[in-house]
Ligand binder design. Structure first.
Ligand code: G6P
Length: 607
């Protein structure tokens, strides 16, 4: 949801600004802009579209050594050149880039217009430029600090002013912002991934902090005007995680990291001999966990589908009733959460606005809330009472793959633990954990068979619509599979519990309609097979994911993709992989930009 970068130093700023923006494009890519400080004042260049369109408009070589830049995911106002950042004050002297949302911008805009300020764009951000202009008396840091006192909402900002060629002011509240320290040069960015190729010395700004940055150094303070010391951390080993390497797409790279994701999510948590699981960060004792009578899971998008897998697991293997609610619904409805419920918020980024708002409302009501997140320093990780870290490493591909699998893995482990604390025997527990140990190899083997999906891709590629069907554990995986196909291959796909298909959707089945059916050997395979028969009777196309050696299913299907037999509890983790591969291969076959699908953003920090 928008990425910002800034550079001040003794070499040309533009190579970092453009490379930094490219590395932040996963945060938004519908328009981009840059402001550089020339001897004649600020030079601003903006473009609708991706960073490449912006780069094409810039002179081949620019010498300026100070600049700020932005890649946008539109919220207020269309993704046009005029709405692209940086935004300027009336005099064109102050330039601002912003990630976040100014909630009271309309009120502030009216007030500023009454005072004579002239606005050019429809964005919320532009009010910041004018507010800073209003407070500016040759002290940019103080003007930014005062302007931010008037602002409600979330922001990470970087600001420059034409008459101070050795200064960037940056600040954050609610949106991420980091700084890089080099020799006589400094970098700011929304994410360390943009900075690490340039320096490994990083300063993390906390919420509510502002920093004045020059070529020689920086000084940080709170927005309440108290100086703070900021340690510089040396991140020698982080850089590789952000590189695409030899992979054609981040998404493919991240799919192939999934065997490692399972290992890391389980590492140090599984006690094989006792068939138990321990979560250090959850801050709940075994007896506290045992006393939970209900589970409530809240999240958005894929995270809410992970929650649905959790629901089946908690109910089936731990005997605990579980509710899953989309955070955007949860935050505005009457809330019935008993004191003995385990409340979990699931969020890869830990910054999703709806999930964060639901968490805050639960906390206001005096409930304890636990998080499942992939970003340790994120707002959700910080504000929860305890949590489980996924440990999947940075996910750059916009459509979530490895982070989703990480969410599934920790939810499986948690459901396993809750089951073991109740009725599951140590022998059954050992069996599940033994099979969990085999998962990395199983996932690796499935990933190596991508080419086998070519006939399935041929059936899907030109279809306007598709169905994804699953039952019990595999129904949420069908939802995730359909979501992936919509997100990156732009094919309308709907997921149903397989038994629901006959209650309406079946009317759509004709000779070419593709149905992706998850029918591995589990407690409901026979039932799903009856649904496959119903599809076949309408001559629609069947792409089946089933257990190796299932000749009956293979004979009924147009394409049969076998997976190894595995404990029902672990089926979601295995059936997910062909769903991701199918969406990926279809999107590639259609020639789409897999890592940056249209209209999407990696973390949605606005409502
Ligand atoms: C966005 C992303 C989805 C993600 C959802 C929730 O919509 O495009 O991939 O599932 O946000 O994100 P979170 O970071 O909270 O898991």
């Amino acid at each position: 949801m928008c990425g910002i970068v800034g550079y001040i130093g003794n070499r040309p700023a533009m190579p970092f600004l453009l490379e930094g923006l490219r590395r932040l494009e996963y945060r938004g890519y519908d328009s981009a802009g840059v402001a550089r400080l020339t001897s004649a004042g600020l030079a601003v260049t903006k473009a609708a579209g991706k960073v490449a369109e912006l780069a094409a408009l810039l002179p081949a070589e620019t010498q300026e050594t100070l600049g700020i830049a932005h890649t946008r995911w539109a919220t207020h106002g269309a993704p046009s050149e005029v709405n692209a950042h940086p935004h300027l004050d009336c005099g064109g002297k102050i330039a601002v880039v912003h990630n976040g949302i100014i909630e009271n911008f309309q009120h502030l805009k009216r007030r500023l217009e009454d005072e004579g300020h002239r606005f050019r764009s429809e964005t919320d951000t532009e009010v910041l430029a004018h507010l800073i202009e209003k407070h500016y008396r040759e002290n940019l840091g103080e003007a930014v600090r005062l302007a931010l006192q008037d602002v409600r909402g979330a922001y990470a900002v970087a600001v420059v002013v034409a008459d101070q060629p050795n200064l960037i002011v940056a600040a954050r509240r609610g949106s991420p912002l980091v700084m890089g320290v080099g020799l006589h040069e400094h970098f700011v960015a929304s994410d360390i991934g943009a900075i690490l190729p340039f320096t490994k010395d990083i300063v993390y700004l906390n919420d509510g902090e502002l920093v004045r940055i020059s070529r020689e150094g920086f000084r940080a303070m709170t927005l309440d005007n108290i100086w703070v010391e900021k340690p510089v951390e040396h991140l020698a080993h982080e850089a590789d995680k952000y590189e695409k390497g030899q992979w054609p797409h981040y998404m493919l790279k991240e799919m192939h990291e999934q065997p490692e994701v399972v290992r890391r999510a389980a590492m140090g948590r599984v006690l094989a001999d006792d068939a138990m699981v321990r979560f250090g960060g959850l801050n709940l004792t075994m007896s506290e966990l045992r006393a939970k009578r209900r589970v409530v899971i809240i999240g958005c998008g894929s995270a809410s589908y992970a929650g649905m897998v959790g629901k089946y697991l908690f109910e089936e293997f731990a005997g605990i009733p579980t509710d899953v609610v989309a955070a955007s619904e949860f935050r505005y409805k009457r809330i019935h959460v008993e004191d003995d419920a385990l409340v979990l918020v699931v969020s890869q980024s830990g910054e999703t606005a709806d999930t964060l708002a639901a968490l805050r409302e639960l906390k206001r009501k005096g409930l304890k809330v636990y998080g499942i997140s992939n970003v340790l320093a994120s707002s959700i990780a910080r504000e929860t009472d305890g949590g489980i870290f996924i440990n999947a490493g940075p996910e750059i591909g916009v459509a979530s793959t490895k982070a989703f699998l990480g969410q599934l893995t920790v939810l499986t482990l948690l459901a396993f633990l809750m089951g073991r604390l109740r009725e599951m025997s140590v022998a059954d527990g050992r069996d599940v954990l033994r099979q969990l140990g085999q998962l990395p190899t199983i996932i690796d083997d499935i990933l190596a068979r991508r080419a086998e999906l070519a006939p399935a891709v041929a059936l899907l590629k030109d279809a306007p619509s598709a169905f994804y069907l699953g039952r019990k554990m595999t129904y949420p995986i069908a939802l995730e599979g359909a979501l992936k196909l919509k997100e990156i291959a732009y094919i309308h796909a709907e997921a149903y519990p397989a038994g629901e298909m006959k209650h309406g959707p079946i009317a759509l089945l004709t000779g070419t309609f593709p149905c992706v059916v998850l029918a591995p050997k589990d407690s409901v395979r026979e039932k799903t097979l009856s649904n496959v028969q119903e599809i076949r009777a309408r001559s629609a196309k069947i792409i089946a994911i089933g257990t190796q050696g299932d000749a009956e299913l293979a004979a009924l299907s147009d394409v049969f993709f076998p997976i190894p037999e595995i404990h029902e509890m672990l089926l979601p983790l295995v059936t997910l992989i062909p769903m991701q591969m199918l969406a990926y291969e279809t999107a590639v076959a259609k020639g789409y930009d897999v890592d940056k699908p249209r209209n999407l953003a990696k973390s949605v920090t606005v409502e």
